[in-house]
Ligand binder design. Structure first.
Ligand code: HEC
Ligand code: HEC
Length: 304
């Protein structure tokens, strides 16, 4: 219960809660008092000639209902959180309940996942039941970033093609999901030289994939690529140990063209795939890795 940014707020909410309850109680007591207003106990209001409003207190049973709700609130606040940041005697939290339910669900599915974990990913990728589970896990955990069809978008890699930053074997994919990845290209324009040099090296990069480029600029930029070769390799084919992309294909994670490459060199880019070890079990990650591997190796398997 550390959701308040200072204890003053907790106190404020606790006081407002208690004051609200006391005010309800006071209102009840006042309403319960029988106050005779006129000799015939009417308020003096008359409608439709003879319809007179009586000044009776609330019926007893009704009043007791209100009293019970107030007593209930008191008990509730004592055992559950509700009075500012007071945790309540049961120690209940929504997070704790969520974790309990998660543990229960995992216990139910554990035998199923144990069976799946025993099989190699390549075999799972051909098993329609395993792939149906993989698809659902993907939709729940990965689709927000990689898209429901796993084809990604700018900055988020396509997982359904055969192009990999960090390696596309089931083992590498499982490693990516478990521990996450951080692709980091530093701003490196200063090491390349002038703005002209940066533009030239960008044209050289575009020439590597046979993309539209200015061949004179590319020729001039060639020698400058030595700065890039440390990570992208002498031939620009990338390095999966660093997550440095292959620059000789036409797959562009951060956009295509002179401007996009110049922006990469001058601004750099840090791109993070979050670790999922704390959110998914090792067995779930195994099934997901098989699912992702399967997408680029024989497309989705649909149940017959
Ligand atoms: C918050 C967004 C986000 C979520 C959620 C996410 N990813 Fe990623 N993922 C990324 C980014 C960004 C990268 C690229 C990292 C880089 O540039 O090196 C990436 C990279 C990857 C890669 C490496 C691709 C390659 O070419 O080597 C795999 C595999 C992958 N994600 C699978 C998954 C799976 C499976 C899930 C669900 C469990 C998932 N991701 C959830 C953002 C996300
Ligand atoms: C320290 C290592 C390192 C150096 C040096 C480096 N890069 Fe990179 N580069 C990376 C990494 C890592 C990425 C992927 C970033 C990510 O995960 O999104 C990348 C991404 C890129 C991209 C984007 C590719 C795409 O698919 O959109 C381009 C273009 C690029 N680099 C060009 C260059 C050029 C040109 C140079 C030399 C001037 C250079 N890089 C130097 C590590 C490096």
């Amino acid at each position: 219960m550390s959701d308040f940014f200072n204890s003053g707020w907790s106190l404020y909410i606790a006081i407002a809660t208690v004051a609200g309850l006391l005010a309800c109680l006071a209102l009840l007591i006042i309403a319960a008092r029988r106050r005779v207003m006129a000799s015939d106990n009417t308020t003096g209001h008359v409608w439709d000639e003879d319809l007179r409003e009586l000044n009776n207190p609330l019926p007893r049973w009704w009043m007791w209902l209100f009293v019970i709700t107030i007593v209930f609130s008191g008990i509730y606040l004592a055992v559950y959180p509700g009075l500012g940041s007071v945790p309540g005697s049961l120690g209940w939290t929504s997070l704790g309940q969520h974790q309990q339910e998660q543990a229960k669900a995992r216990a139910v599915t554990a035998p199923l996942f144990a069976g799946l974990a025993a099989k190699p990913a390549e075999e799972l990728a051909r098993d329609p039941q395993a792939m149906a589970i993989g698809e659902r896990l993907f939709a729940n955990n990965c689709a927000t970033c990689h898209g429901s069809d796993a084809r990604g978008s700018k900055g988020f890699p396509n997982l359904a093609d055969a192009d990999w930053l960090w390696g596309g074997t089931p083992e590498k994919i499982a490693e990516t999901i478990t521990s996450g990845r951080q692709g980091a290209m530093p701003p490196i324009a200063a090491a390349v030289g002038t703005a002209e040099d940066v533009r030239n090296v960008a044209h050289y990069v575009l020439s590597l994939s046979g993309s539209a480029h200015n061949s004179i600029a590319a020729q001039l930029g060639r020698s400058k690529f030595a700065v890039c070769a440390a990570c992208h390799g002498a031939e620009g084919k990338g390095n999966p140990a660093l997550g440095a992309p292959n620059l000789t294909d036409k797959v562009w994670l951060h956009g295509w063209g002179e401007d996009a490459v110049v922006a990469m060199v001058t601004k750099g880019k840090t791109n993070v795939m979050p670790a999922h070890a704390s959110r998914l079990t090792a067995e779930q990650i195994h099934v997901l890795a098989a699912y992702v591997w399967g997408l680029s190796n024989h497309g989705p398997v649909t149940p017959q």
